[in-house]
Design a protein around this ligand. Structure first.
Ligand SMILES: NC(=O)c1ccc[n+]([C@@H]2O[C@H](COP(=O)([O-])OP(=O)(O)OC[C@H]3O[C@@H](n4cnc5c(N)ncnc54)[C@H](O)[C@@H]3O)[C@@H](O)[C@H]2O)c1
Length: 369
């Protein structure tokens, strides 16, 4: 089997806790040959466990390394597009963590570069690779006309509550001042381009959509298709809680999300038909190998119901998405989580933000905590 040489840009939490072990599990398909981080502490700490990998402080050096076939983009959101573009221009395949981009112009630039270079780009929506989700998609596809209601919910505790007890993460407080300033400048500029304002509540809400809700919205699209419109959206708690209603014609999908201080994941998609309820529950990705759970509720006898709970696969969904990526790169096929696919999340976010703005950002900024 072809072993793809991986260069990793951004060696923080998600790389250390999730991608390094996933790639190690797939050592017949991937070998990590280069690492890049702007924090010398993080770079040195991670390279201690991948000693043969080259070390770079600048992603431009990593993408130019001839010993790299594919680039994992896992640094902060504001850099995803520029790193992915540089990698494509250097002839590499790209696996980019969500969110793929903050703005439409970034998404369009990526799509253009992907088409021109012919390289594979896969977006890291691992929830869509979970066995329970894949099975649910098959069930729902056959029964879409009978859907009567759907719900997507994602309430999670701050990541640190879970990570601190379950992992050791090397963090650096030695990111050069210049990088910190550049990161803030890039983030601010992209956010204003995306939402047309620097209102703090709307910015925080958009950050929540990009960071967490992109998982939910992307999974909702694969399960139910693209909604016709956003009927309603509201933001509370200073941008930390969002609700929205998506119109699918013969049914609506209710969406609710927020981040709190409880060490749990309350993250699921649920689809109601006349005679069945299909539900996929996710746990935290930061504790590996907790499978997504599929629950099916159906009639039992004349007056009862039966609920079957299953784990269609025990494979960690990050391992499955890396395995899929290997297949696409080596066979020249297209992933399901493409640039064009992820761009649809931005379209939905734009509609949600229009509703939030119409709810008077000024008033919200004054009253919300
Ligand atoms: N798929 C998932 O479930 C999932 C989970 C967590 C994070 N993520 C995504 O992964 C990305 C990283 O998240 P994280 O939690 O690991 O963040 P993090 O802050 O822990 O790590 C980011 C790392 O990037 C480094 N960095 C910053 N600027 C850089 C630059 N210009 N070049 C190279 N390195 C740079 C930082 O020093 C840090 O080590 C985010 O975009 C996030 O949305 C995805």
């Amino acid at each position: 089997m072809t072993i793809l040489k991986v260069g990793i840009v951004g060696c923080g939490e998600v790389t250390q806790i999730i991608h390094l072990p996933a790639l190690r599990q797939l050592s017949e398909q991937f070998q990590i040959t280069a690492l890049c981080d702007v924090s010398p502490t993080v770079l040195d700490g991670v390279s201690a466990v991948v000693p043969l990998a080259a070390k770079y402080g600048d992603y431009r050096q990593l993408v130019a390394d001839a010993n790299v076939d594919v680039v994992l983009v896992a640094n902060p959101h504001a850099y995803h597009t520029s790193v992915a573009l540089a990698a494509l221009e250097a002839g590499k395949h790209v696996f980019v963590e969500k969110p793929m981009s903050i703005t439409f112009s970034e998404a369009d630039a990526l799509q253009e570069a992907e088409a021109r270079t012919g390289k594979t780009v896969q977006i890291g929506y691992m929830r869509r690779y979970a066995g329970a989700f894949v099975d649910a998609v098959e069930r729902i596809k056959a029964d879409r006309d009978n859907i009567r209601f759907a719900r997507v919910q994602d309430f999670i505790g701050q990541n640190r509550i879970i990570i601190d007890d379950t992992s050791r993460v090397i963090r650096g407080n030695d990111i050069p001042a210049q990088s910190i300033v550049e990161h803030q400048r890039l983030t601010d500029a992209s956010m204003v381009e995306a939402i047309g304002t620097n209102d703090p509540i709307l910015s925080r809400a958009y950050g929540l959509l990009l960071g967490l809700s992109s998982h939910d919205i992307s999974a909702m699209r694969e399960l139910l298709g693209m909604p016709k419109s956003v009927l309603h959206a509201a933001v509370r708690q200073g941008g930390a809680y969002i609700t929205a209603t998506f119109d699918y014609g013969h049914f609506v999908c209710e969406f609710a999300t927020g981040v709190d201080q409880l060490a749990r994941f309350d993250a699921y998609l649920e689809v109601y038909s006349e005679k069945s309820v299909t539900r996929i529950d996710y746990d935290t990705p930061y504790v590996r190998n907790i499978p997504a759970r599929l629950s099916i509720t159906e009639p039992e006898g004349p007056a009862g119901v039966r609920q079957v709970v299953s784990f269609p696969s025990r494979l960690d969904s990050f391992v499955v998405e890396w395995h899929a990526f290997h297949n696409h790169v080596t066979r020249g096929t297209k992933p399901k989580t493409t640039i064009a696919d992820a761009r649809q999340d931005l379209e939905i976010f734009e509609s949600i933000m229009q509703h939030l703005k119409a709810g008077s950002a000024g008033e919200l900024s004054n009253v919300a905590s």
